[in-house]
Design a binder for this molecule. Structure first.
Ligand code: NAP
Length: 334
């Protein structure tokens, strides 16, 4: 009898923090489906979401402000043809927009929570969100008030877990003192290792809060992708761009030795940083989803990790993560 080896990669699972849901890793970030990094095709975006779910993957992250609701509508379309229970939906709220879709600030007042959630549920075509989180700390609203309002929605059954995004150690502590926090969503990649040096990762670990890492592909830079809103990011500009490319080139040999792409190396590296970390990847085409999931087959050795540490230590990147006005809005950077 002959057997055919099944080489299809099956996603692994990880629990988000001590109190959060169990999800598959890596998760899918649905921001670029809304055209943030360049033009998209809706039918292809839905195919990408289906490719992810059909592989048995669960965690999909979005924000109600990604394309002013467009990302959520695409997820709703994709889920209409699949089982809602197959997905774990993480939704951010609080960013305010002008009618053209440009961001204007943040509003995470308690009264905003229920209304934002009502619209998200309708766009997603569901009766609950698995993880609901403010996209940023609203400087005018104590975190206890925002988290308290989400907790009310947990008690009402519309939300399962509470998450946070881009906040620092003190805010993490205050929020966790009030309610169980499943995970912190924050940038973490080969080029963005700030959370290792500023106490954020250590605080998450101390408090039993998981990390959903975003920008794992350095917003596409590890794969040589540029354009769209990325042109506004300092790391994609002028001399910074050339120097960051040169930094990444130093680890290309490690990817090649594993028969992996640089994107797969970048995902595997974040996944290797701890069982409490789940990489989120902004794959927006079916082939990118497949390549993202196949990163699970890349097992980095201690020697690889040491070479990466030497080439890309904390603080190696050239340029800030965001333009100055956006950096000023990050509680995680204060
Ligand atoms: N909490 C927050 O503050 C925050 C902020 C930003 C993002 N996020 C979340 O994190 C997710 C990911 O972040 P991100 O999209 O900024 O960064 P990313 O995952 O580092 O980069 C995404 C870009 O990388 C390229 N790409 C995707 N899959 C690829 C693959 N398999 N191989 C090669 N290139 C690939 C695509 O570029 P092209 O489009 O050029 O093809 C894509 O737009 C977002 O979707 C969102 O859900 C959260």
């Amino acid at each position: 009898m002959t057997t055919t080896e099944d080489t299809t990669y099956r996603p692994t699972t990880r629990r988000l923090g001590d109190t959060g849901p169990t999800v598959t890793s890596p998760g899918l970030g649905a921001m670029s489906l809304a055209g943030v990094y360049g033009p998209t095709d809706d039918a292809e975006s839905v195919r990408a979401l289906h490719a992810f779910l059909d592989a048995g993957s669960t965690l999909i992250d979005t924000g109600d402000f990604y394309g002013a609701g467009h990302s959520e509508l695409l997820i709703g379309r994709a889920l209409a043809e699949r089982s809602r229970e197959d997905a774990v939906l993480s939704v951010k709220f609080g960013a305010t927009l002008e009618p053209g879709g440009m961001p204007t600030g943040f509003d995470a007042r308690p009264e905003r929570v229920a209304t934002s959630l009502a619209y998200s549920l309708r766009r997603l075509g569901t009766d609950h969100v698995d993880i609901y989180r403010p996209a940023r700390l609203d400087p005018d609203v104590p975190i206890e008030e925002t988290v308290g309002a989400i907790q009310e929605q947990v008690e009402a059954g519309y939300v399962r877990h509470i998450g946070l995004s881009e906040v620092g150690p003190e805010t993490l502590r205050r929020a966790a003192a009030l309610a169980p926090i499943s995970d912190l969503q924050i940038e973490y990649s080969l080029l963005s290792r700030e959370i290792e040096g500023n106490g954020i990762l250590a605080t998450c670990r101390e408090l039993g809060i998981g990390v959903t890492a975003y920008g794992v592909l350095a917003k596409g830079l590890v794969a040589g992708r540029t354009g769209g809103a990325r042109e506004n990011f300092p790391r994609f500009q002028g001399e910074n761009l050339e120097r960051n490319r040169a930094l990444l080139e130093q680890v290309q040999g490690i990817a090649a030795a594993h028969g992996a792409s640089m994107a797969q190396l970048a995902i595997a590296w974040v996944a290797a940083r701890g069982e409490d970390i789940v990489p989120l990847v902004g794959a927006r085409r079916p082939d990118q989803v497949t390549s993202m999931l196949e990163s699970g087959a890349v097992h980095l050795e201690a020697e690889d990790l040491a070479r990466i540490d030497a080439a890309l230590p904390v603080g190696a990147a050239h340029g800030e993560r965001y333009p100055a006005a956006f950096m000023a809005q990050l509680d995680s950077e204060h």
